[in-house]
Design a protein around this ligand. Structure first.
Ligand code: NI
Length: 176
């Protein structure tokens, strides 16, 4: 396994639409997923999409630790998970701001409006289905990572630029 170099905002790979993965069970995809999980662990981060490691393919890895969940029944904890060739449905009208960071935009956080509830589907490296209906933090991470596959970074989703700043300053101000 290897820790991969993360593309930072401004790199064109982050703005392109990624291509579907032809064979999710291919050895090179399994290797990429393992490396992305190690890179996410090392960073550390809650999620990482393939374009962020200079690979314009439709896959991301993520996890939801118990301490990050909102307590909502659908805000499910999940261990390191790969989602390949995902679909995403935004459910309902409930949109709430959530604090987000991005490994491609180091040191910064912003309040980004996201759907509270979503349904996503994809497959893992065994070709087995993953996903379901989720809410809260889980739903927020999935929306953020899915956006990377369409070349969308969280600042492109922001509506309130007064809630955008350096993690260090926001923490000191008690905003986070
Ligand atoms: Ni990101």
């Amino acid at each position: 396994m290897a820790i991969l170099k993360i593309a930072r905002m401004g790199h064109p790979v982050l703005l392109q639409r990624a291509e579907p993965v032809a064979d999710p069970t291919a050895p090179e995809i399994r290797r990429l997923v393992a490396d992305m999980m190690q890179t996410m662990e090392d960073a550390p981060g809650a999620g990482l999409a393939a374009p962020q490691v200079h690979v314009p393919l439709r896959l991301f890895v993520f996890r939801v630790r118990p301490e990050r969940t909102t307590g909502d029944a659908l805000d499910r904890t999940i261990g390191d998970t790969a989602v390949i060739n995902p679909t995403l449905e935004l459910l309902g009208e409930d949109v709430r701001p959530r604090w987000e960071g991005c490994l491609s935009i180091p040191g910064l956080r912003a309040a980004v409006p996201r759907h509270w509830r979503v349904r996503y589907r994809g497959v893992d490296t065994n070709g087995e289905p993953v996903g379901g209906e989720v809410s809260g933090f889980h739903a927020g991470v999935v929306q953020h990572e899915y956006d990377h596959l369409d070349g969308i970074l969280y600042p492109m989703r922001m509506t309130d630029f007064s809630r955008f700043g350096f993690t260090e300053e926001l923490t000191r101000a008690g905003a986070l």
